[in-house]
Ligand binder design. Structure first.
Ligand SMILES: [Zn+2]
Ligand SMILES: [Zn+2]
Ligand SMILES: [Zn+2]
Length: 140
């Protein structure tokens, strides 16, 4: 895995403490993170606005993408290495576990092409599968 410093440089972003810490957090977590999770888990304290701005910068530059699930909060997850500010493509399946409530990216599972009725134009496609994650399935 690329270090946060190298990832930031690759996306032409200046290296700041907050950016580095948030990026590191995303790399450590398998699950998608909401703003409040990020705030709670950061080892240093940053104010809400700084975190909010950092997330927006990351969204724009192809480092993270939004993940929609049933939690009501917007969650974010790390993009694959092929994403950039010009090309942001991640039409992959997201999986939410009903037991532990984590949502993860199933990057390798692409959403199948869907033919819309005439006149409609798709701009974003989201597919969420709900069920039990491997960890929770193991529990009795
Ligand atoms: Zn992306
Ligand atoms: Zn689970
Ligand atoms: Zn994803």
């Amino acid at each position: 895995m690329m270090s946060p410093e190298i990832l930031l440089r690759k996306h032409k972003l200046r290296n700041t403490g907050c950016r580095k810490d948030i990026l590191k957090l995303f790399q450590q977590e398998k699950a998608a993170l909401a703003h409040c999770d990020i705030e709670k888990r950061l080892s240093h304290h940053y104010d809400r606005v700084t975190i909010y701005r950092t997330l927006n910068t990351f969204l724009e530059s192809g480092l993270i993408h939004k993940v929609l699930d049933h939690s009501g909060a917007t969650k974010y997850a790390l993009c694959g290495h092929e994403c950039s500010d010009i090309k942001h493509r991640h039409e992959h399946v997201h999986f939410q576990c009903k037991q532990c409530h984590t949502t993860e990216c199933l990057e390798r599972l692409e959403i199948p092409a869907i033919c819309l009725p005439e006149g409609y134009q798709a701009q974003e496609v989201n597919l969420l599968i709900e069920g039990l994650c491997p960890e929770c399935r193991k529990k009795p």
